[in-house]
Write a protein that binds this ligand. Structure first.
Ligand code: PMP
Length: 305
């Protein structure tokens, strides 16, 4: 394959099948994980970055002198920065201090400016700061993944149809992590339109509020919320799985050791939740989940130690 821009190879990622030969689950059941960490920027957010920038250009909101500003834990920044290179645009990302150094270095390598906000203000602090910057900087465009309906739309139009084409009618449940909620709600809406019987299970770390818990810090990165994402209101969700850091990281390590899948901790958490789901369903069920990003960007956080 010869390409001239990396945006050409975003999406169409492989699906990994786990059976009861790999992990305990009822006979003839399976977990299917979409390997989104194999996107060129290392995460599912390459889809979003490209979709948001392309959409902004097509609708005239982004022009040649636009600066993209976005609050991000890192992966959306990398996805936006990668797409911005194809359109020769400047990028500024507002990142809460605690997020992985590797992600920040990658964003910088892709030409972005990073602005830090204090860890204790969480993503809410980064959102506030981004809005202030957008007022100060001329010709700025704030995609605002946490509010922009084009976020779930990006997944409704790309990831949803891919999963549906690859696995068709055999899907019993869709289980995925929730950060902005874009991936979960976009894919869930698409799959539910194909088969109204599909169960929808959201995944959060302990320290996130979707199951009624109190907000506190957690080590699993990329998922977990301090407020209910607006995108979740228009789909009927069957339940949320709250996964501890300990369980999420244990599966992250097992996926590397057993299958060679070098994925981040939100993938370990998604896998734990998918396993809980398949174990409570009858034999012959199929659970689909997503592995959003690669392990490389968390090595300084000792994910394998
Ligand atoms: N996993 C990782 C590693 C992420 O960076 C993100 C996005 N923050 C997610 C999962 C969740 O994706 P979404 O924002 O679409 O809910």
């Amino acid at each position: 394959m010869v390409i001239t821009t990396l945006t050409d190879i975003i999406g169409h990622t492989p699906v990994f099948k786990f059976t009861n030969k790999d992990y305990p689950m009822p006979e003839h059941s399976a977990i299917y994980a979409k390997l989104e960490y194999l996107n060129p920027g290392g995460s599912i957010k390459d889809r979003l970055g490209y979709y948001l920038i392309k959409h902004g250009v097509q609708t005239g909101k982004i022009t040649a002198d636009t600066t993209i500003i976005e609050p991000t834990a890192g992966n959306t920044g990398i996805g936006l920065a990668l797409a911005a290179l194809s359109f020769h645009l400047k990028t500024i990302f507002v990142v809460p201090e605690q997020f992985s150094l590797e992600k920040q270095q990658i964003m910088k390598a892709l030409g972005a400016t990073i602005i830090h906000t204090p860890s204790d203000l969480g993503i809410t602090g980064a959102i506030k700061k981004s809005k202030e910057l957008a007022k100060e900087i001329k010709h700025s465009f704030l995609p605002m993944q946490f509010e922009n309906p084009e976020n779930p739309a990006a997944y409704y139009h790309t990831l949803g149809p891919e999963i549906s084409k690859e696995l068709g009618t055999k899907i019993t449940s869709f289980v995925a992590g929730i950060g902005s909620g874009g991936t979960f709600s976009g894919v869930a809406r698409y799959l539910k339109e194909q088969n109204s019987l599909i169960r929808l299970i959201g995944v959060e770390p302990e320290g996130s509020i979707l199951n009624g818990g109190k907000s506190h810090s957690h080590k699993i990165e990329g998922i977990g919320v301090e407020f209910v994402p607006p995108f979740l209101s228009d789909i009927s969700i069957d339940g949320f799985e709250t996964i501890s850091d300990q369980e999420g990281f244990a599966y992250t390590r097992q996926l590397a050791k057993n299958q060679g899948l070098l994925v981040g901790s939100s993938s370990g958490a998604a896998f734990a939740a998918a396993l809980h789901e398949v174990q409570r369903l009858p034999a012959g069920s199929s659970v689909v989940t997503i592995f959003p990003d690669t392990a490389d960007r968390y090595l300084s956080k000792a994910i394998y130690l």
